[in-house]
Design a protein around this ligand. Sequence first.
Ligand code: S3P
Length: 429
Amino acid sequence: MPSPPLTGRIRVPGDKSISHRSLMFGALAVGRTRISGLLEGEDVLATAAAIRAMGVHIERDGDEWVVHGVGVGGLLQPDRALDMGNSGTSTRLLMGVIASHGITATFTGDASLSKRPMNRVIDPLSTMGASFTPSPGGTLPLTMEGMQPAVPITYRLPVASAQVKSAVLLAGLNTPGTTTVIEPVPTRDHTERMLRGFGAELTVEEADGERVIRIHSPAELRPCDIAVPGDPSSAAFFAVAASVVPGSDLVIENVGLNPTRDGIFRTLELMGADIEKLDEREVGGEPVADLHVKHSHLRGIEVDPAIAPSMIDEFPILFVAAAMAEGTTTTSGLEELRVKESDRLSAMATALQEVGVTLEETDDGLIIEGSHGEPLPGGGTIATHLDHRIAMSMAIAGLVSRKGVEIDSTEPIATSFPNFAALLATASS
Ligand code: S3P
């Protein structure tokens, strides 16, 4: 049975990217960083545990988290393997941090993370002097030895990846001289914004559509008070749910709308979604608004691949919106989705076909025939492949499916959105 409308006001948890960085940069500052709104999801807790294992005291103080930073270069050698769970961001950013510390560390992860490519960070960090012993194919488990002092490099990103950019910049923090990253396609810029907020000497120049980011070392970071805005990637599930479930009228409060992250909302608007930004403001140096989303008749569109980096994690839920739209939605240029927590093109193609959606999977995208707003047939059991975003996307598809949707495991959801089911129940009650 299709769901009742989503109504009322909800607040999604803190931004995952900003939460990871708050802990890491707090650890590298000298003194006490206080963080409010930290996402307490498994991925972020994996970052906290790894930082603690490298000698940094982190405590929870009421609703806030406090990091007692040891300064750039101050991390200690961990005495056990760092278990990164499902989290690619924790792994790749910490590999960057460790690359310019004189310490050795071993990274392990779950079955999903252990398949993900690490050569994209191993390559530049090796050029800086770090050495790596990965598993075959450049995967985890992996042991690395940082270099002190490391060598500054100029690195042009071969893939549009904020994780790779951040890994090199973080290695550069403790590398004497100037480390430069050239970004042909802009990706999320939280590392740049936040490192500047922590007092790093970091410059960004735009030339011919490219971004040239330079970080200067020696660097001393000063501790900060950080308010983490709500995660647009989590809000996206509710924005799509409210757009496709008839009668919905929902306010999602405190959503981060950094222009390198808000592509999903711009794309939904192009499809005809009714999304109004209320009380636009700034939280923790990031643009934020409350989103008022009402049910609307979505239309299929051709999604411009240039928008992909600003909504790279939102394609699974966009595909659900496309399945409910009028007409065809075409996506392309999405080969990066094949190396996320799962192969998201293949996982979503299989999952949506299972619930009765007509689509074609290409090398780099999906072409989806919408239902013109009619409920999907539903039924079947969805394989989530340890991928939180597949699980949540298909739960939303379940709201508009006649027979409902069964998901093989909801456990992965706790990596990024522990209260997803509770919020969904609140909004649909
Ligand atoms: C992230 C960057 C993105 C994104 C991931 C978080 C980050 O990965 O998919 O969920 O916090 O830097 P890539 O940089 O590999 O695209």
